[in-house]
Design a protein around this ligand. Structure first.
Ligand code: MEV
Length: 321
């Protein structure tokens, strides 16, 4: 085999963002919009990247290049290739092309999806056939090499798919069976995840006890949400979303636009609503019933949000061709 195509789901954080960076759990689900990664072996000793979604038409890189000098869209791919080669003692010239069904502005995890896609593709092409935990380990190292921070929850969602209970760095990764459905509203603003993590880190530095109490509260919410989600107790789960949102607002990651879309969802009948991900922009999620879903979507749109059509519990990374 000298060419392979894999596809990887995007993700939505359900509960526990930010606290999961500090050794707490979160709940994440994979969404049905996918990223495809095609990898082809070549005889040249270089890596060529074709990633039109991030404006990279045809970029050829030497393996001894410095990752920090590369355009942003190429860094995760380069880092994933290098980490895979180092950890499996394998090497080849490569052409890697990517195509995403979702915009990298939504916060669906395009960087984590592309990283997982590259590691999985190389795992198959090289014959290493790594299991999920080994894929996670290489992908997590690759992301940390590029952005220095992050819990790895998005990589786990991309690899395992479904909905996961996840603890920092993959200390626990447990599938949670459920039939949740959500209304997802995009704020129109791309969040800078690393900047939001740094903002919380500096708050944590200056008010350690206060922020640790917020993380403890988030952990309690995640623990309760896990049970309500599995049991399909939507009223209780909605109330927990509202509680999680209040605590995230206290953490300082809410924005007026997110607040506005969340209020619109609640006043249109949602059982609960919260931001999803780092905050500062990206998406909000609302829990509605089959009867109220279209009114909630209309409420979000009327408030200026863009409702994205996604279903949850999508399959994890898989081979397409
Ligand atoms: C960002 O989508 C979620 C954060 O918890 C960061 C992370 O867990 O890597 C803020």
């Amino acid at each position: 085999m000298n060419k392979i195509k894999v596809s990887v789901p995007g993700k939505l954080m359900l509960f526990g963002e930010h606290a999961v960076v500090y050794n707490r759990p979160c709940i994440v689900t994979a969404v049905n919009q996918r990223m495809t990664v095609t990898a082809e072996l070549t005889a040249q000793n270089t890596l060529t990247i074709q990633a039109p979604d991030v404006s990279i038409a045809n970029l050829t890189i030497d393996y001894d290049a410095n990752e920090a000098d590369l355009p942003k869209g190429a860094r995760f791919i380069f880092s994933a290739v290098k980490n895979f080669c180092n950890q499996t003692d394998w090497k080849s010239g490569l052409i890697i092309s990517t195509h995403s069904e979702f915009s990298n502005e939504f916060g669906f995890g395009s960087s984590s999806a592309v990283t997982v896609g590259v590691v999985k593709a190389l795992s198959e092409l090289s014959g290493a056939n790594l299991d999920n935990h080994a894929l996670f380990k290489i992908a997590y190292q690759s992301v940390l090499d590029v952005q220095k921070v992050g819990s790895g929850f998005d990589l786990a969602a991309a690899i395992w798919g479904g909905t996961l209970y996840f603890v920092t760095g993959g200390k626990e990764i447990k599938p949670l069976l459920n039939n949740l459905s959500l209304v997802v509203g995009y704020t129109g603003i791309k969040a800078n995840t690393v900047a939001m993590i740094q903002q919380v880190a500096s708050a944590h530095h200056t008010a350690l006890q206060k922020i640790d109490q917020i993380f403890d509260k988030i952990e309690q919410i995640v623990t309760l949400a896990k049970t309500e989600l599995i049991q399909g107790n939507w009223l209780k789960l909605g109330a927990l979303m509202n509680e999680n949102q209040a605590v995230l607002a206290a953490l300082g990651v809410n924005t007026p636009v997110l607040k506005n879309l969340i209020s619109a969802a609640l006043s249109s009948g949602a059982l609960g609503a919260k931001l999803s991900g780092a905050g500062g922009g990206d998406c909000m999620i609302a829990l509605a019933t089959a009867e109220t879903a279209s009114a909630v979507a209309a409420g979000i749109e009327a408030a200026g949000g863009k409702v994205l059509s996604v279903s949850l519990n999508a399959a994890g990374v898989r081979i397409e061709e």
